[in-house]
Ligand binder design. Structure first.
Ligand code: ATP
Ligand code: MG
Length: 466
C-alpha cells in the first residue's frame, strides 16, 4: 500500500524540518509549507491526506486555515499543535473540524500515534460512505417527519451510513429526535433483525453502569446474586445505543474505549474476556467538543465515537416543518385518544410557526397531545393555546405581540401580561409582597388585592409571607 501523504505547515522552519524528518523516517511522504496560504496551495498540488499544522502563523493562522481546508476538502484529516493552548482554542479547533490538538512541546512518538489514529479514522469514514447505501425501504424513515432541506439531507445521511458498521455520534438539543434517528439507522441496517439496545448513561448510577454495560459474574460485588449478561451482549450482532454519552464517567470511558478498540469486553469480576460484535450509536445533547476541551470527555473516545457525526437541527432552524409535524401529531393523537380535532386555525398555526420551540419536537408533540385531549373536537383557536404560546415571546427577549387574524381577546391578553409581571416580581423578591409591590410601583395593599382577585395567592409559603 502506498504510504500516506502528509503536509506540515509551520512558519518555524526548525520545527517543520524536525517533524518532517521524523515522519519521512517512519515511511510517510512528507510535504512542507511555511504558512496557511502556502499550505492551501500545496495541498491541491500534492493530493495530501493529512495536514499537521501550527496555529500561530503569518498570513492565515492555523484556525482560519483549518476552516478553509475543511470547506474545501473535508476529508483531509488535520492535526493542530501550539504552545499556547487553552480551552477556547481547543474547542474552536475541534468545532472547525480538527482531528486532534497537541500541546507543544510534544513527543514525536505521541504525534505518530495520532497520525495513525487519524488515518485510521479517515479510512473508516471512507468505508462508511462507500458502503452500499441501504435503500432497503425508505418507508422505514416515514415516521421521522420533515421535508425541510436540513431533514432531507439527514434522511440521505441515514441511508448512506446505515449500511456500514461504523460508529455514529448523534448530537442535538433535547427533543430533536436523536433516539428516533438512532433506531432508524438500526432498522435500515443489516443488523435490523437483531436487537436495538438503548442504554441511558445518565439515568443509571455510576457504580452500576459498568455491570449494566458489560455484565457481571455472581458474587463480584454486593448484590451480584447471579451472573448477568450486560447490554453489550444483549446487543450482540445488533446495535447498542449509548444515550447521554457525555455523562459517562472517565473510568468507564476508558473501559468503553477498550471495548471499541478490541471488540471484546470483560464482565465485572470475570477472569476472561468475551468477544462481541456490536455496532455503537452514541448520542448526547451536550456539546461534546466542549467536554473534550475541558478534559471531561476523553479525546480518544470522542474520535472513536464520531466516525460518522450527525448533527440534528433544532426545530427553530426548520420552522417550515412545523405545520407538517402538527398535522401528523394531530392525526396520531386523534386516533390514539379517540378525539376528532380537525385542525389548528390559520392564525394559531402562524403563531406556532413563529415560536422558538426550546423543547424542540418533543415540546410540539406534547402541546398537540394536550390540545387534542382538552379540545376534543373542532378547530384549535388562539385562545385555546397555553399562555406561553399566545404571542408574548419568552421573557428576556423583546416582548412582541403578534396579532392573529382571529380568536384574539385583548382583555385576556392584558390580564395574562399583568399576571406574568406580578409573578415575576414575586419570584424576584422571593415572595416578599412589599418588595414585589415596590418593583411594580404599586402599594402593597393594591398588590394583595390584585393577587386575591386573580386567585394568585398561593399556599406556597414562599409567596404567602410578608
Ligand atoms: N422528526 C420527527 N418526526 C416525528 N417525531 C419526532 C421527530 N423528532 C422527534 N420526534 C418525537 O419527539 C420526541 C422526542 O424524540 P427523541 O426522544 O428521539 O429526542 P431526543 O433528541 O433523544 O431527546 P432527549 O435529548 O431529550 O433524549 C419523541 O416522541 C419522538 O417521536
Ligand atoms: Mg433521547
Amino acid at each position: 500500500m502506498e504510504s500516506a501523504r502528509i503536509l506540515i505547515a509551520d512558519d518555524d522552519k526548525k520545527t517543520r524540518d524536525f517533524v518532517a524528518a521524523f515522519l519521512s523516517y517512519k515511511g510517510y511522504q512528507v510535504f512542507q509549507a511555511g504558512d496557511g496560504q502556502d499550505a492551501l496551495e500545496k495541498i491541491e498540488l500534492n493530493d495530501v491526506q493529512m495536514v499537521i499544522t501550527d496555529i500561530m502563523m503569518p498570513r492565515i493562522n492555523g484556525l482560519e486555515f483549518i476552516k478553509k481546508l475543511k470547506a474545501m476538502r473535508p476529508e483531509i484529516v488535520t492535526i493542530a499543535y501550539s504552545a499556547f493552548a487553552n480551552y477556547e482554542m481547543t474547542a474552536n479547533l475541534l468545532k472547525a473540524g480538527a482531528f486532534f490538538f497537541l500541546e507543544k512541546p510534544f513527543n514525536l512518538e505521541e504525534l505518530e500515534t495520532h497520525v495513525k489514529r487519524g488515518l485510521e479514522h479517515q479510512t473508516l469514514q471512507r468505508q462508511s460512505f462507500k458502503a452500499k447505501p441501504c435503500i432497503k425501504n425508505r418507508s422505514l424513515l416515514n415516521h421521522i417527519i420533515g421535508e425541510s432541506e436540513k431533514m432531507l439531507s439527514l434522511f440521505e445521511m441515514i441511508e448512506k451510513v446505515a449500511g456500514s458498521d461504523s460508529t455514529v455520534l448523534i448530537q442535538g438539543e433535547s427533543g430533536t429526535g436523536k433516539e428516533l434517528v438512532a433506531k432508524a439507522i438500526h432498522d435500515l441496517s443489516n443488523r435490523a433483525t437483531k436487537n436495538f439496545v438503548p442504554v441511558n448513561c445518565a439515568a443509571i448510577p455510576d457504580d452500576l453502569l459498568e455491570s449494566e454495560l458489560f455484565g457481571h459474574v455472581k458474587g463480584s460485588f454486593t448484590g451480584a446474586v447471579a451472573t448477568r449478561i450486560g447490554r453489550f451482549e444483549m446487543a450482540d450482532r445488533g446495535t447498542l445505543f449509548l444515550d447521554e454519552i457525555g455523562d459517562m464517567k472517565p473510568n468507564l470511558q476508558v473501559k468503553l474505549l477498550r471495548v471499541l478498540q478490541n471488540k471484546e469486553l470483560e464482565p465485572v469480576g470475570a477472569a476472561r474476556t468475551k468477544k462481541v460484535d456490536v455496532r455503537i450509536i452514541a448520542a448526547t445533547n451536550q456539546n461534546l467538543e466542549h467536554l473534550v476541551a475541558s478534559k471531561i470527555f476523553r479525546e480518544d473516545l470522542y474520535y472513536r465515537l464520531s466516525v460518522i457525526p450527525i448533527m440534528l437541527p433544532p426545530l427553530r432552524e426548520r420552522k417550515s416543518d412545523v405545520p407538517l409535524l402538527i398535522n401528523n401529531f394531530l392525526e396520531k393523537f386523534n386516533k390514539n385518544k379517540q378525539r376528532k380535532v380537525q385542525s389548528f386555525d390559520k392564525s394559531t398555526m402562524d403563531i406556532l410557526c413563529n415560536y422558538d420551540w426550546p423543547g424542540n419536537v418533543r415540546e410540539l408533540e406534547n402541546l398537540v397531545e394536550r390540545m387534542v385531549i382538552i379540545k376534543g373536537s373542532g378547530t384549535i383557536l388562539f385562545n385555546d393555546l397555553p399562555e406561553k404560546y399566545r404571542g408574548i415571546k419568552s421573557a428576556g427577549k423583546s416582548e412582541q405581540l403578534t396579532l392573529p387574524d382571529s380568536g384574539f381577546c385583548l382583555n385576556s391578553a392584558v390580564e395574562d401580561f399583568e399576571n406574568r409581571l406580578i409573578l415575576q416580581a414575586l419570584e424576584k423578591t422571593g415572595g416578599n409582597k412589599k418588595e414585589a409591590a415596590n418593583l411594580l410601583n404599586l402599594k402593597r395593599t393594591t398588590l394583595i388585592e390584585k393577587l386575591k382577585k386573580k386567585k394568585l395567592l398561593f399556599n406556597d409559603a414562599s409567596f404567602s409571607s410578608s
